[in-house]
Design a protein around this ligand. Structure first.
Ligand code: DP6
Length: 345
């Protein structure tokens, strides 16, 4: 029997403190601006990739469900690169399980493509360093570049494919920050981030947001380095406002906020200004609010968020590690979900 080539890996989602929005190159996902994020320990995706000489097309199974071929497009970018590099042209079973609610603006794709890049390269015996793995994950989803390194991460804007990757600014335990994600809607978003990136340049203020990014990155790096929460809060909220200002002034406009989104934004600022709590908010391409706080605040913030009418659920996460390989014998459950024989692993 021809050799079965399998690899398994896991990776976390991440939340951007300074956002990525818009591309210079949509094929390679070279971003319009640099960004900073931290990984979310509690939001995890685990992926098993098995290249199988008997297979006649690629398969994608997520949480036990076979996905349609139209949903394979971004995955193909990574598989094509890996096959070419390894000179192995078998089709693959890609079997993934995640605890991240998908398509609700929680960047499920960041964890997915970071785990896929690592599992697929491992399966074919390619040993990419962190930088090249981050570049490969970026081809699937820009923000996936940031889910490869651990902790607090910066994704360099770079000048071309080779120097456009993410790296660790500070390890996960450098500062005990948490993300309390107030879920206000789990409806799938009407416009994906991928389409949103293409609309960014239709906003007359995108150029100003991009031009000011080096300043915001510098303020954010310093706030993290000095563990200065108030400085972090100001820059994180300003950056989120800039992102949504661009979205709202694109053609067609992207308006992700619900009334309860705005209510939470006001409330979080009040908690910081009036009660002196270490809290601030940020928002991605969706109505859910990411409330960032220090470790001593988590229980209080979670409880207070849950008490706001319209908040359906609050997910909490500390800062997480980077993407990592798992021994394939720990991925038997995935093999079962993908209905492939476990003795292949
Ligand atoms: C608003 O293209 O990485 O979250 O693939 O849909 O997860 P998905 O998105 P991606 O863009 C993310 C945009 C953002 C800001 C950010 O994470 O920097």
């Amino acid at each position: 029997m021809a050799r079965i080539l399998a690899g398994c890996a896991e990776a976390h989602a991440n939340i951007a403190l300074i956002k990525y929005w818009g591309n210079r190159d949509h094929r390679l996902n070279l971003p319009a601006n640099g960004s900073i994020s931290f990984n979310l320990d509690a939001l995890l995706t685990r992926t098993l990739v098995v290249f199988d000489p008997k297979l006649t097309e690629d398969r994608l199974v997520i949480n036990g469900q076979e996905r349609r071929r139209e949903e394979h497009r971004r995955m193909q970018r990574i598989l094509a690169w890996v096959r070419e590099k390894a000179g192995v042209y078998h089709y693959a079973h890609v079997i993934s399980a995640t605890n991240i609610p998908m398509a609700v603006g929680l960047a499920s794709s960041a964890a997915a493509f970071a785990a896929l890049a690592l599992a697929a390269t491992k399966a074919l015996g390619l040993h990419l360093d962190e930088r090249d793995l981050s570049r490969l994950a970026r081809r699937g989803s820009g923000s996936a570049a940031r889910s490869v390194p651990e902790g607090f991460v910066e994704w360099r804007v770079g000048t071309r494919d080779e120097d456009c990757y993410a790296f660790t600014l500070f390890p996960a335990d450098y500062w005990e920050l948490w993300d309390c994600i107030a879920l206000v809607s789990t409806r799938p978003k009407p416009i994906s981030s991928m389409e949103g990136h293409r609309l960014a340049e239709t906003s007359p203020i995108q150029w100003a947001r991009v031009a000011d990014t080096p300043r915001r990155l510098e303020v954010c790096r310093n706030a993290l380095r000095n563990r200065d929460f108030n400085a972090l809060a100001d820059i994180v909220e300003q950056d989120a406002h800039l992102l949504h200002a661009v979205m709202q002034t694109s053609t067609p406009p992207l308006f992700y906020w619900e009334p309860v989104t705005v209510e939470i934004m006001h409330t979080v600022r009040q908690w910081r200004k009036e009660k002196g709590w270490n809290v601030c908010y940020t928002l991605d391409a969706g109505p859910n609010v990411h409330v960032i706080c220090t470790g001593d605040m988590v229980a209080r913030v979670q409880e207070a968020l849950e008490a706001i009418p319209g908040v359906q659920q609050v997910l909490v996460s500390r800062v997480g590690k980077g993407a990592r390989v798992l021994p394939t014998h720990l991925c038997m459950d995935l093999a079962q979900q993908g209905r492939i024989p476990t003795h292949w692993l």
